[in-house]
Design a protein around this ligand. Structure first.
Ligand SMILES: *[C@@H]1O[C@H](CO)[C@@H](O)[C@H](O)[C@H]1NC(C)=O
Ligand SMILES: *[C@@H]1O[C@H](CO)[C@@H](O)[C@H](O)[C@H]1NC(C)=O
Ligand SMILES: *[C@@H]1O[C@H](CO)[C@@H](O)[C@H](O)[C@H]1NC(C)=O
Ligand SMILES: *[C@@H]1O[C@H](CO)[C@@H](O)[C@H](O)[C@H]1NC(C)=O
Length: 670
């Protein structure tokens, strides 16, 4: 008690001094390689609403320039931070290791962030929710000097109710302590490391996705799960913040903006209803429907797409089926790294640029590789028609988790599924990549995890093991091989087991053929340049690159015609650091493939699949359709005559089905 006055006076003086302290102003730091977006981002990054499937009118972005400093010592805790004011400007969102952050600082584990924000006076009477889309790795949040919450996990969002602590019509202080123990403990990190080499890259720490506030009634929608299937069946679960079982209403809007269906139900209880005759979501016609959902005074906008994912035998071969049809999947291994932003794309436009490149090649899928993107990424895939194979960010590749770390891996896996299961483009979940962080226990860890995912999300397929230590779990038998594919073939390297005909034959990675363009397009870090020779295959010139890619396409095409190949993932969208095997260089300024040759080769893969009963690409709705499903006297689902029998058997769950070879399809390949 005796010393309380002087010390709190000292703290108050320190607190006040923060506002006059000379801070180092923000400036983009020159990254080892830039992009066309680096110097156009400015200081108002990511102005878009960050949650496309849960949008309210009243919201404000807190992105922009904040202050930052590294924590001085283990005693530098609490609010205000003991070691004094934050003296550098930083851009939020960003990784502190990136040029765009304005810091480009490596090897800082503990750090402070601070900003101020105004809460509009007309939000008074409502709740104020403070949202963080992702902070890597652990965050402790103080508002107006009061500790509000701690959050663990570098890829998940969190929301804090700050109603009781904020000044309406006034300025509020937001202080965040972040700790990122990459490489120190076994946690989901994907490819991040403090010692980058070959396929492991510079780590990302800090507030790397958007921060924002919104206003909502006390009883509001805290989560919205929507699944819509090919029969028009919509399954909805509206989670409420306070009153379990409150009345909710869902409205569905058609393409011309008019309401086409509505249904009431109770919050926190799943309910279902049918929308008549919806246009289905396909990669080549990705139709989406807008939704509004109300709970009391709360109204949110969202959207969905009608599609069903399951597996079944087509002409005797196990296939993944989209809306009852075998759609051959071809796309890239998509790391989502940027030379100027690392995990944070410079802007939405830059992020979507990569997706447009893939679409332009004629790809219909990407494998989002051991990283989770901002929600706007999945929205873009929904709108553009790109199927997403979503990986769980791997635990450190070289370490084995203990019981506690394994439990945390599972907790974060469940968060990933629950946060993303309403995006129609996400097609399958990958638990483990190439054995990274996979325990060698009996029973194998992916068995239990596969069951966990099935319960959380019965509307997708599960690729339990992409490459390597396969024990027969999940829907896929996924081979990784460089450079040549071994897709559903009787010859194999990894996994070290023969192709399993009861699962879907898939090439989760192959290709990776490289070409050393020039220093201008290179991540100019000597350690990275030194690992270029580790690229799976280097081509001396682009003529050789084109020849080799053509040979790999021929392999894949023949494996599709002859064996049980249902899709393949080519490594990779872009170069990353010392890896020089992208379609694009890391700066996105140079494209290696001969675009027309690749477009033709990719189409020929789909045609090879058509010869085995696959869906013709771009066919849309064509001749000889019959009604498959009647609902209240009208046709809800129609389909090509030769598929009608299959579709009639369809349920939302997976089923084993066979369907006759389509006469229309075989014509296309003869
Ligand atoms: C948010 O906090 C306020 C003030 O403490 C409280 O009255 C309200 O019930 C909280 N809202 C929710 C959804 O818990
Ligand atoms: C909008 O489309 C629906 C069918 O989806 C149709 O019934 C309705 O008449 C259309 N409304 C307008 C204004 O065009
Ligand atoms: C769906 O909602 C989005 C976002 O509000 C809007 O831009 C779009 O025009 C809407 N589409 C239709 C068909 O109403
Ligand atoms: C690739 O190119 C860079 C820059 O020209 C050069 O420094 C490096 O040695 C080359 N590496 C290989 C393996 O060709």
């Amino acid at each position: 008690m005796r010393s309380a006055w002087p010390s709190s006076l000292a703290v108050a003086a320190l607190w006040a001094s923060r506002f006059v302290f000379a801070r180092m102003p923000y400036k983009v730091q020159t990254p080892p390689l830039d992009t066309d977006w680096t110097y156009t981002v400015g200081t108002d990054p990511w102005p878009e609403h960050p949650r496309p499937q849960l949008r309210r009118e009243a919201w404000q972005s807190l992105n922009g320039l904040w202050t930052w400093r590294a924590a001085a010592s283990p005693d530098d805790v609490g609010s205000p931070p003991k070691a004094g004011p934050l003296d550098r400007e930083v851009m939020v969102p960003s990784c502190i290791e990136s040029g765009l952050s304005g810091l480009q600082i490596l090897n800082v584990r503990d750090m402070w962030y601070e900003t101020t924000f105004d809460v509009p006076s007309d939000w008074k009477g409502q709740q104020v929710l403070l949202n963080f889309e992702a902070v890597d790795y652990e965050a402790t949040v103080f508002v107006n000097g009061v500790e509000k919450t701690s959050h663990v996990g570098g890829y998940a969002r969190f929301t804090i109710n700050v109603t009781d602590i904020v000044k309406f019509g006034g300025t509020n202080d937001l202080l965040v302590f972040v700790s990122d123990p990459t490489d120190a403990i076994v946690i989901p990190v994907g490819k991040q490391t403090l010692n980058p080499s070959h396929i492991f890259y510079r780590s990302c720490s800090g507030i790397w996705q958007q921060v924002w506030i919104e206003s909502a009634p006390e009883d509001h929608i805290s989560r919205l799960d929507v699944a819509a299937d090919m029969d028009g069946l919509m399954t909805v679960n509206v989670l409420s913040s306070v009153h379990k079982g409150a009345k909710v209403e869902v409205k569905v809007f058609g393409q011309n903006g008019s309401e086409i269906a509505s249904q009431t139900g109770s919050a926190d209880e799943q309910f279902a209803f049918t929308v008549e005759n919806p246009d289905l979501w396909w990669p080549d016609s990705p139709t989406l429907y807008n939704l509004t959902v109300t709970l009391g005074d709360d109204e949110v906008n969202s959207y969905t797409g009608f599609r069903t994912v399951f597996k079944g035998k087509v002409e005797g071969v196990m296939r993944h089926l989209l809306n009852g049809e075998f759609v051959f999947q071809f796309g890239t291994l998509d790391q989502g790294y940027w030379p100027d932003g690392l995990h944070t794309p410079p802007s939405r436009e830059a992020m979507v640029y990569d997706l447009q490149v893939l679409k332009n090649f004629g790809m219909n899928m990407l494998r989002k590789h051991i990283k989770i993107e901002p929600d706007l990424f999945y929205e873009a895939c929904d709108r553009m028609g790109l199927l997403v194979i979503q990986d769980m960010p791997a635990l450190s590749a070289s370490k084995t988790p203990n019981d506690e770390e394994q439990a945390e891996f599972q907790r974060q896996l469940e968060l990933m599924i629950n946060e993303h299961k309403s995006y129609p483009s996400i097609y399958s979940w990958v638990i483990y990549n190439e054995g990274w962080g996979q325990r060698h226990s009996d029973p194998a860890p992916e068995g239990g995890l596969t069951e966990v995912i099935r319960k959380l999300d019965p509307t997708r397929l599960i690729n339990s093991i992409s490459g390597w230590d396969d024990h027969g779990y999940g829907d896929y038998h996924d081979n990784h091989n460089y450079a040549h594919p071994q897709c559903g073939t009787p010859f194999y390297s990894r996994p070290k087991t023969p192709y399993d005909p009861e699962r879907i034959g898939f090439q989760g990675e192959y290709g990776g053929i490289g070409h050393n363009v020039s220093i201008e397009h290179m991540w100019n870090v000597q350690a990275a340049i030194n690992t270029i020779p580790e690229t799976y295959e280097i081509n001396e010139d682009l003529a050789s690159y084109s020849y080799r890619s053509m040979v790999l396409f021929r392999d894949l095409r023949e494996q599709t015609e002859r064996y049980a190949c249902s899709g393949a993932v080519y490594t990779q969208t872009t170069d990353v650091e010392g890896e020089v095997n992208g379609l694009l260089t890391y700066d996105r300024r140079f494209m290696r493939p001969d675009l027309e040759q690749w477009q033709e080769d990719i189409q020929s893969l789909y045609e090879a699949a058509v010869s085995r009963g696959g869906r013709p690409v771009g066919s849309g709705k064509v001749k000889n359709w019959v009604c498959v499903h009647l609902w209240r006297g009208s046709c809800v689902i129609d389909a090509p005559i030769e598929q009608a029998a299959l579709l009639r058997h369809n349920t939302m769950q997976r089923l084993q089905a066979t369907r006759p070879r389509s006469s229309m399809s075989s014509k296309m390949t003869s």
